[in-house]
Design a protein around this ligand. Structure first.
Ligand code: ADP
Length: 426
């Protein structure tokens, strides 16, 4: 079946957030890891989010990857493609939001593109073209000190103009509040002045619902998960979605096998979740220095887990308190120690899967990315949420057969998160 909505996300965590938002708003959604192989067999879904890592790469590379993802999505039937960006408009004067948006628009035959990073649920609103992060204008928010793309201007019409070839205009809140016809009229007026990119105000979800309806009348839009919400609700309202209430049940069909948890997050929430898990299941605390010294600690962890896992879920954790983390970082460097531990936890996860684990929880954003890469999982179908922002994922096209995964970053989830995740995947 043809997909209704395609999306290209400029980073992986943004892709997950969008895929989860689309699912919660009624679309059966698959998230791919990178541009999928042409042969990837999709389940019956409404939306596909292609996850790329193009937020801060040189603009020509971002354009090449995004247009290749666009071709894949169009071949699968997507009539609208959302370029998913960060809700804080992370970009520099050389891109990549402008160049990628214009390339996607050109590929679809041109026309005017709606652009809005608004996502009211997370405090991102746009008024008269100015982006607010909570109560602060973008240029006064912590984003002014972002290491890769410091944002010194809250006026998105100006920001987008600096990184685009075409002219940028504004659809203001007054037009949006007046409803879809007023927005159409405003877009027509902008078109006649030669404008090709339109920053759209949005403060409430209802504004994004209006924008979603209008965006669906065009081939391309650019926005954060808020615009995804608007597009999903507009599609559901249009009657083109057949799933009804059963959006996430497909994802939850049992997969059998064993279950395990691998943790590399050192966040306060994860450390507490590990302490709580220790009361009900075996937990192995890895020795980070030994992990960095060679393969013995990994082999020992796999042997430890192998002895126990048939009897029930086990937890293997590199996670440590801040003092221990800082000591390791001062000895080996922050990047090197983080990367080495991610490699170790990903090897442990892959070995556990080799030994029959089909239900896997990974704690830590980077830790999850490394594990998913090593497991070479091509895509996920998004299931129901265990905690806000953390859904169960069902693998799609996985060489080892269907698995259920939970990828939890940092501070997400309550203190009994691990038991709750395992219970849900049963
Ligand atoms: P979070 O989502 O909580 O930020 P991440 O997985 O993104 O978690 O980041 C945690 C980082 O800390 C990873 O690079 C991981 O390899 C590293 N790490 C895990 N355990 C330790 C440790 N004991 N000492 C130092 N670094 C660690």
């Amino acid at each position: 079946m043809a997909i209704l909505l395609g999306s290209i996300a400029d980073d992986y965590t943004g892709a997950s957030d969008l895929a989860n938002t689309l699912t919660k708003n009624g679309l059966r959604t698959v998230q791919t890891v990178g541009i999928p192989d042409p042969s990837l067999a999709l389940p019956d879904v409404d939306a596909v989010v292609v996850s790329l890592k193009i937020r801060s790469v040189p603009a020509p590379d971002a354009v090449a990857a995004a247009t290749s993802a666009e071709r894949w999505l169009r071949r699968r039937g997507a009539s609208h493609v959302l370029y998913k960006i960060c809700s804080t408009f992370d970009s520099t004067d050389t891109g990549n939001i402008g160049p990628v948006t214009e390339a996607l628009s050109d590929a679809a035959g041109g026309g005017i593109v709606l652009v809005t990073p608004a996502f009211p649920e997370t405090g991102r609103t746009v008024y008269l073209g100015h982006l607010f992060v909570g109560s602060q204008p973008l240029n006064e928010s912590p984003l002014k000190d972002h290491p890769l793309s410091p944002m010194h201007d809250a006026n998105l019409v100006r920001v987008l103009t600096r990184q685009s070839q075409g002219a940028v205009g504004l659809i203001d809140l007054a037009a949006i509040a007046a409803g879809p016809d007023a927005v159409r009229a405003r877009l027509d007026a902008l078109r006649t002045t030669g404008i090709t990119l339109a920053i759209a105000d949005a403060i409430f979800e209802r504004d994004l619902e209006t924008l979603g309806e209008i965006a669906l009348e065009t081939p391309v839009s650019t926005g954060a998960s808020g615009l995804g919400l608007g597009l999903a609700r507009a599609l559901v309202r249009s009657g083109r979605i057949s799933a009804g209430g059963a959006v996430t049940t497909d994802a939850m069909r049992p997969v059998g096998g064993l279950s395990a948890i691998v943790a590399g997050s050192c966040s306060k929430a994860t450390l507490r979740q590990l302490d709580v898990a220790e009361r009900s299941m075996p937990v192995l605390r890895l020795d980070p220095e030994r992990l960095l010294a060679g393969p013995d600690e990994i082999a020992a962890a796999i042997a430890w887990a192998g002895d126990r896992i048939a009897a029930g879920p086990v937890v293997v954790a590199a996670s440590a308190a801040p003092e221990t983390v800082s000591r390791l970082q001062s000895l080996y460097g922050r990047e090197a120690s983080g990367h080495a531990i991610e490699t170790a936890t990903s090897i442990i996860a892959a070995e556990l899967v080799e030994r029959g684990v089909k239900r896997l929880v990974v704690a830590g954003g980077e830790t999850s990315g490394a594990a998913v890469d090593r497991l070479a999982i091509p895509a996920f179908l998004i299931g129901p949420e265990i905690a806000p922002g953390v859904p169960v994922l069902r693998t799609v096209g996985n060489a080892q057969g269907d698995m259920l995964l939970v990828l939890k970053s940092g501070n997400f989830g309550g203190e009994d998160f691990f038991a709750a995740a395992l219970a849900m995947m049963n």
